[in-house]
Write a protein that binds this ligand. Structure first.
Ligand code: GUN
Length: 292
């Protein structure tokens, strides 16, 4: 079998176009353009690059970006004051605190402070709590897991009743992805570094979401023939044929997986572009909730 590749770049582009059209329509009605605040503490190059991409997307979609670069040694109190000011600013519809924060800061307290109506990352305890409970709806769903589910749905993969395996249990991807799949009536198993007989467990998956952060860990013979495989990993591995000296690979061994899976997302060009597209969708939703 050769897997059908799920083109995240194309699907993300469609989401972005829909969001941009709605932003333009709202502006034509005299409504304020949605505003997204990005809070970046310190100068981690990976975080700076992600935040720059989020700011660029805002501009491309007709939204307004409010960037708050803050020093790595900022105090908890000063960071909390920034969040309170953004909560109170009516031009700011969404607030994104780029993670991870430096070790001296209390991430839980910072995320809990973000107003639920502006929590476009879906990381506030209220949004996650609602995601975890039956019959409750979060205002916002975390962007990367939201993108994973959107890709499955766009590819026509049936989630209801499927055996879904989530590899990884991070707050940002694995855990909310598992909660979303439960909400869509999949039978969900969450695997992690201490799971026994991992290849055998993964082989039960009709749907596999790999978000463990280990380059090409999932081999072809771990995959059930015909399974839908969503690869969230973005790992740099050495490659002397590249000018940069490295190339990006996922958590799944792509060449092996494509011979076995029914559906597969490539890296790059799979889940990656979806994270920002879903952030833009969430930011538009935040403006709609706040402005009516
Ligand atoms: N760090 C890695 N991924 C994310 C994300 O989706 N949102 C935020 N805020 N930080 C991240």
């Amino acid at each position: 079998m050769t897997a059908q590749l799920i083109d995240g770049k194309e699907i993300a582009q469609q989401v972005r176009q829909t969001v941009a059209a709605e932003v333009a329509a709202r502006a034509a009605q005299g409504k304020a353009r949605p505003g997204l605040a990005t809070v970046l503490v310190g100068d981690r190059p990976d975080s700076a690059a992600y935040v720059a991409a989020k700011q660029k997307a805002c501009q491309e979609l007709g939204m307004v970006s409010y960037h708050r670069p803050l020093p790595a040694d900022i105090s908890q109190e000063a960071l909390e004051a920034e969040i309170r000011a953004l909560n109170a600013d009516p031009a700011v519809n969404g607030i994104l605190v780029q993670l991870p924060l430096p070790a001296h800061l209390n991430e839980e307290r910072v995320l809990a402070l973000v107003s639920i109506e502006k929590d476009v990352d879906g990381f506030s305890p209220l949004n996650i709590g609602r995601l975890a409970q039956k019959g409750r709806e979060p205002l916002f769903v975390p962007c990367t897991p939201y993108g994973c589910i959107y890709l499955l749905e766009q590819a026509g993969v049936k989630i209801e009743g499927a055996n879904a395996i989530v590899l990884g249990r991070s707050n940002i991807v694995g855990m909310p992805a598992a909660l979303l799949l439960i909400g869509k009536n999949a039978t969900v198993t969450v695997c992690h570094s201490r799971t026994k007989n991992l290849p055998q467990v993964v082989r039960q998956a009709d749907i596999l979401i790999a978000a463990i952060g280990k380059a090409e860990m999932v081999r072809g013979n771990w995959i059930k023939p015909g399974a839908a495989v969503i690869d969230v990993g973005i790992n740099a591995i050495p490659d002397s044929t590249k000018k940069s000296g490295h190339r990006l690979v996922g958590d799944v061994c792509f060449e092996e997986a494509r011979e076995v899976a029914g559906f597969l997302t490539p890296v790059p060009g799979g889940v990656g572009p979806m994270t920002i597209a879903m952030l833009m969708k969430n930011t538009l939703r935040a403006a709609q909730i706040q402005q009516g």
